[in-house]
Design a protein around this ligand. Structure first.
Ligand SMILES: NC(=O)c1ccc[n+]([C@@H]2O[C@H](COP(=O)([O-])OP(=O)(O)OC[C@H]3O[C@@H](n4cnc5c(N)ncnc54)[C@H](O)[C@@H]3O)[C@@H](O)[C@H]2O)c1
Ligand SMILES: [Zn+2]
Length: 548
């Protein structure tokens, strides 16, 4: 019979694995074969066979006992027989034992029945993962002995694993993300197989924040991987952004069987209103979008907030995809599921929590972002460093982050951690407002001549000064914060603003809790606390110190 299960067959583009073929997941112990196999089986609607489990069931005893009673040779023979049996079946996802495909015969057998993917991991990852397992016949002893055994085994098996062309690294990522990588690898999409994925758990499951240079051209694929229904897909954006990126996005969607519909909104915060959302609904209805049609926000935070609110409400909820294009939207607005529009009475007064199905961050799009907008986003990025990533903050103090992908990923992780802990903003999430109590008021009183990020930078300096005045933080830390923002060419002082006016404005802010003023202040880099109502003089002094 012809081998019709060759993984390079064109049909692999349509389905990760062609009908009738098996998918075999192999790799060293601790790489997550069974867990990842299980996720893939569920995604693909296939049955998972875990070879070790099957052999244990056949022998009626654990593998360690088979090794002890019958010897490794008997176990390996059983493995070879099982490979033959499984290769004769179809549409399975097979998780092999760690040593099963070391035999070239077994590998050939499995490869003839469909693609074989090898999961890989470094020694430290393996050691960490196997420490929680018991019953590893090949890994007796204490930690050091285990490490030596893992190193030796990995070395011995390197040649065998090296024969498998499809390889997926599993270090530092969770099984869900590994499963996605496997699917991308099968589809031949190395660019998205290698991107950074951050998994965000939600009440309904989870979604991924994908970060990687050039991944906008694979957006369609990323939607398809998340099982977003093929058919019409709304791209919500404005004219400027559409001019740069709508075509690339549309092409990538079309390639995967989506029919993109461009839904434009006017540029600017002034249009983040119910009237604009109403206009979006009209465009959705005219395009006959149904409740399975994805609504994709392509733009800065203004577009993301509005597209998200429209997706939360249109037909009581349609799938929402975030493609943030400003730095602020990447590290802040697109993370956490909050969406909103403004009312004449104030900003973000009407909104909803709406979790996206996927967030796609392509740092390459920042090339077109005006420099002042980029700097504004940097203020929020530094803020995330101060409140949760000393390492990121140190990088800003030093040579700067290695690249944009790493910088964005580190900042996103800080927000994700906070949001996971407090999805509905009942506690710790307030810490994300570091610099914002002062910042919002300064932004407003400046008549928006200061950008949000610029005002937040000034507000962060004021918060640090307040922390020093309250003996919560040493003066050196406060200076480091100020210097760091200054080095990034962000303002640390505002000129020409009236102290009393700014102070009064702080009380109007909707984020005040009750009648108290709430501040987030740093105690150290990476450690902030919430302070309610520190006293009028303390607030006035901190504020006066940043107004000239
Ligand atoms: N939902 C949340 O959790 C959350 C958090 C923070 C901020 N926000 C909201 O985000 C909004 C601010 O977002 P923003 O700073 O991105 O402002 P924005 O959306 O207005 O974008 C800033 C400007 O940059 C342009 N732009 C964006 N990406 C571009 C690109 N790649 N190339 C060229 N031009 C580009 C936009 O068209 C706009 O003119 C506010 O409305 C704020 O309320 C929401
Ligand atoms: Zn902000």
């Amino acid at each position: 019979m012809e081998n019709s299960c060759d993984s390079s067959a064109e049909q692999a583009m349509e389905k990760p694995v062609a009908d009738g073929c098996n998918l075999t997941i192999t790799g060293f112990m601790g790489t997550g074969k069974t867990t990842v196999g299980g996720i893939l089986a569920e995604r693909m609607g296939r049955r998972l066979v875990d070879m070790d489990e099957q052999i244990e069931a056949d022998f009626g005893k654990p593998i360690s006992q088979i090794f002890a009673d019958d010897g490794e040779e008997v176990f390996r023979q059983a493995e070879a027989r099982l490979c033959q049996t499984l290769a004769g079946e179809s549409d399975l996802v097979i998780a092999t034992g760690g040593g099963a495909l070391v035999s070239d015969d077994n590998l050939q057998t499995m490869a003839a029945s469909g693609p074989v993917v090898c999961l890989t991991a470094g020694v430290d990852t393996v050691l960490e993962r196997v420490e929680t397992f018991e019953d590893r016949p090949l890994l007796p002893g204490d930690r050091e002995e285990k490490r030596r055994n893992i190193e030796t085994l990995l070395l011995n098996r390197r040649g065998a694993y090296g024969r498998i062309p499809l390889r997926v690294p599993t270090d530092d990522i969770d099984p869900e993300a590994v499963a996605e990588r496997v699917l991308d690898t099968l589809a031949g999409n190395s660019e998205i197989a290698e991107m950074t994925r951050i998994t965000v758990p939600t009440p309904e499951g989870h979604y991924h924040i994908c970060i990687g240079e050039g991944i906008l051209t694979h957006a369609g694929r990323l939607l398809a991987n998340r099982a977003v229904a093929k058919g019409k897909a709304a791209i919500v954006t404005n004219e400027d952004i559409a001019a740069h990126y709508a075509e690339v996005l549309s092409e990538s969607l079309q390639k995967e069987g989506y029919s993109p519909v461009l839904c434009q909104v006017p540029e600017g915060e002034a249009h983040k209103t119910l009237a604009t959302v109403q206009n979006l609904y009209d465009q959705f209805v005219a395009a006959e979008l149904d409740r399975r049609s994805p609504i994709i926000g392509l733009g800065g935070g203004v577009i993301g907030d509005m597209a998200g609110f429209a997706a939360a409400t249109y037909l009581r909820g349609a799938p929402f995809v975030q493609i943030p294009t400003s730095l602020l939207a990447m590290v802040d607005a697109s993370v956490g599921g909050k969406t909103a529009v403004d009312l004449p009475q104030g900003k973000n007064l009407v909104g909803a929590f709406k979790q996206p199905v996927v967030v796609i961050i392509d740092p390459e799009v920042l090339a077109e972002l005006p420099a002042a907008e980029f700097r504004s986003g940097l203020a929020e990025t530094v803020k995330h460093g101060i409140l949760g990533s000393p390492e990121l903050f140190h990088q800003f103090e030093g040579k700067g982050p290695a690249n944009l992908t790493q910088m964005i990923a580190d900042a996103v992780r800080v927000k994700v951690d906070v949001v996971i802990e407090d999805p509905f903003e009942r506690g710790r999430r307030a810490t994300l407002n570091l610099g914002h109590t002062f910042g919002h008021a300064i932004e407003q009183v400046s008549g928006y001549s200061l950008r949000h990020g610029e005002a937040v930078a000034i507000g962060t300096v004021a918060a640090a000064r307040m922390a020093v005045a309250l003996n919560r933080c040493d003066a050196q830390t406060a200076s480091r914060i100020e210097d760091c923002l200054g080095r990034l060419e962000l303002p640390t002082k505002a000129s020409g603003l009236n102290l009393d006016e700014v102070y009064a404005m702080m009380f109007k802010d909707k984020k005040r809790s009750g009648r108290m003023l709430r501040f987030i202040i740093p105690q150290a880099i990476g450690d902030v606390v919430i302070i309610d109502d520190p006293g009028e003089q303390i607030v006035l002094d901190a504020l006066a110190s940043v107004l000239t």
